[in-house]
Design a protein around this ligand. Structure first.
Ligand code: PHE
Length: 466
């Protein structure tokens, strides 16, 4: 048993729940969870969706969603994971059985598995862009180039299915390699270096943005809320992004929670993860928007936003090639630590439920993900015309997961943990230090979170409007 406690991460556990491996320390869990949360969502997605949805008001709604939905749901999800002590599907099924609840609720675990898997199909492709930009930055490709040249560099990359496939395969291979070996040691050390490194580089970029002459324009775009720019879709995207950026309702946090020792406080841990995640996203916004305005770019330019704005800066600033190389390298690593947290739930499900070896499970999941990745690559070039309801395969995966599966999963988890499970089960598991905190969490989970999600859904469906 003591051996299990000393090895962080997980082995391909087919053991009984009582001897399942656990994180070595609270810090190991925090690092892994922060590694999962901080990724492309903060640095690539947050700025571009903020740009598309008009800035300040969107950011405010997003921050509100983190506070009243993301944080309490994350607490619930870690607690459900630890209580279930299995992969998401079997862990939730165990809780449903114990509570004597209707089998319908098992859908929470199944949806989470599916959602993480679907996100990973496009996540490896976008992470591949970050990888591809490392050698570009290192070889000085951005030096002295203007926005147009850098924009066509990005366009050229998207138009090349072979290069995209190679980079996607590299990312998937690395993700599978790390997950295959378990998270012992390596991940903790990597994240220990990564987080401070990423924050320092982002701060350097914010510093550079301050010299651009358009810093205040960037700040007011990010923080001056003009609700006339918000649409119903904007609310849904902000809500979905709160789930995406905190890795919720997609199996990752639940699976990591299932390896968490009993004595760790879930509340404090959640706060640390959410604060780190938010700081990184806001720093990315502060680095990017001043550059957008300084270079006459369009804030709503879409998924290429950081791959166009930041290289312009790297091309102009002193030591730009070095900073650029480091930045894309760190972004690539941040994406990897998120990708492994998306793969682990499926692997733990295949090994626990079907008694597969970790190797077989990785091969099976990896092959399906690779095929999905090919579809995403094609949707950026040769298959950009293949659309369903006007959305390419890539857009569809992103839309279905962030806008529907995750908020819906969050809603079900909130109702399940607030209403269906016995009160004592969750409160016991959360172990909050005061009864006030208990009451606050339970009230939020029962009323605030479900209502907020339902209102956003009804609004986007046009049934109510605000
Ligand atoms: N939170 C990660 C990011 O912001 C993405 C992610 C989503 C990771 C779902 C795991 C599960 O990049």
């Amino acid at each position: 048993m003591s051996d299990n406690y000393s090895s962080a991460g997980y082995s391909g556990s087919t053991k009984s729940s009582s001897t399942r491996v656990q994180w070595s320390t609270r810090m190991a869990f925090i690092l892994a969870a922060v590694g999962s949360a901080v990724g492309l969502g903060n640095i690539w997605k947050f700025p571009y969706i903020t740009g598309e949805h008009g800035g300040g008001a969107f950011v405010l709604v997003y921050l509100g969603c983190i506070l009243i939905i993301g944080i309490p749901v994350m607490m619930a999800e870690i607690a459900l994971g630890r209580r279930g002590r299995h992969n998401p599907a079997q862990g939730i099924a165990t809780l449903v059985r114990e509570a004597g609840a209707h089998p319908f609720w098992k859908i929470i675990g199944v949806m989470a598995l599916l959602c993480g898997f679907m996100i990973l199909m496009f996540y490896t492709v976008v992470a591949g862009w970050a990888f591809a930009y490392v050698p570009k930055a290192a070889s000085g490709s951005f030096v002295g180039e203007n926005g147009d040249a850098i924009g066509s560099m990005f366009g050229g990359m998207l138009a090349d299915p072979i290069a995209l496939t190679i980079w996607m395969t590299v990312v998937l291979g690395l993700t599978m390699g790390i997950v295959l070996r378990g998270l012992h040691g390596g991940l903790e050390k990597a994240i220990n270096l990564l987080m401070p490194g990423l924050l320092i580089l982002l701060l350097i970029l914010v510093g550079y943005a301050m010299t651009s002459g358009h810093f205040m324009e960037g700040v007011s775009f990010l923080f001056k809320a003009d609700f006339s720019k918000m649409t119903g879709t904007g609310f849904l995207v902000a809500l979905g992004h709160a789930f995406f950026t905190l890795s919720l309702a997609s199996g990752a946090i639940m699976t990591y929670g299932s390896y968490l020792p009993e004595n760790v406080s879930i509340g404090k841990t959640t706060m640390i993860i959410a604060i780190m995640d938010t700081v990184v996203a806001l720093a990315a916004g502060l680095a990017i928007f001043p550059l957008v305005f300084a270079n006459g770019l369009e804030p709503g330019a879409g998924p290429g936003l950081i791959f166009v704005t930041l290289p312009i800066a790297f091309g102009q600033m002193p030591f730009g090639s070095t900073f650029g190389t480091l930045f894309f390298l760190l972004l690539a690593v941040a994406a990897l630590t998120s990708a492994i947290s998306m793969l682990e739930p499926t692997i733990s499900w295949l090994t626990e439920k079907f008694k597969m070896t970790r190797f077989k499970a990785c091969m099976l999941a990896g092959s399906l993900l690779w095929l999905g990745g090919l579809g995403v690559v094609a949707s950026l070039n040769i298959g950009s015309e293949w659309t369903l309801f006007g959305k390419t395969f890539f857009d569809m995966l992103d839309y279905l997961t962030s806008s529907w599966l995750m908020p819906l999963g969050g809603l079900l988890m909130a109702i399940f943990s607030g209403w269906i499970l016995k009160k004592t089960v969750m409160l016991d598991e959360l172990g909050l230090s005061s009864t006030i905190m208990h009451k606050l969490w339970l009230f939020t989970m029962r009323y605030i979170t479900p209502l907020a999600i339902i209102i956003v859904f009804l609004n986007v469906l046009g049934i109510i409007s605000f």
